[in-house]
Design a protein around this ligand. Structure first.
Ligand SMILES: [Zn+2]
Length: 87
């Protein structure tokens, strides 16, 4: 999670980046004082670079999906590729 000023906030491990993104966005909307990035964004009026984080999240999913699909049938992989493009 990176701010326009260069500060970055790394969330807890064990959850996907996508989940953390959702939590951070909610934290900022509700001014959650427990989230460093929310406090930072709300007190400095900085813009968090969600797009970059979202691209990272997609890449993370992509790698996971490729690994999982490698053990599956090729047809299944095609199906998953198709659903992702639909999103
Ligand atoms: Zn900042």
């Amino acid at each position: 999670m990176q701010c326009e000023c260069g500060s970055s906030y790394v969330g807890e491990t064990g959850r996907t980046l996508k989940t953390r993104l959702k939590e951070h966005k909610r934290a900022i909307r509700y001014d959650d004082q427990n989230k460093g990035i929310a406090v930072h964004a709300n007190t400095t009026c900085h813009t968090i670079q969600w797009e970059e984080a979202e691209i990272l999240a997609k890449e993370q999913d992509w790698h996971k999906e490729v690994q999982r699909s490698a053990t599956h049938q090729r047809r299944k992989q095609h199906h998953e590729l198709g659903s992702r493009q639909a999103n």
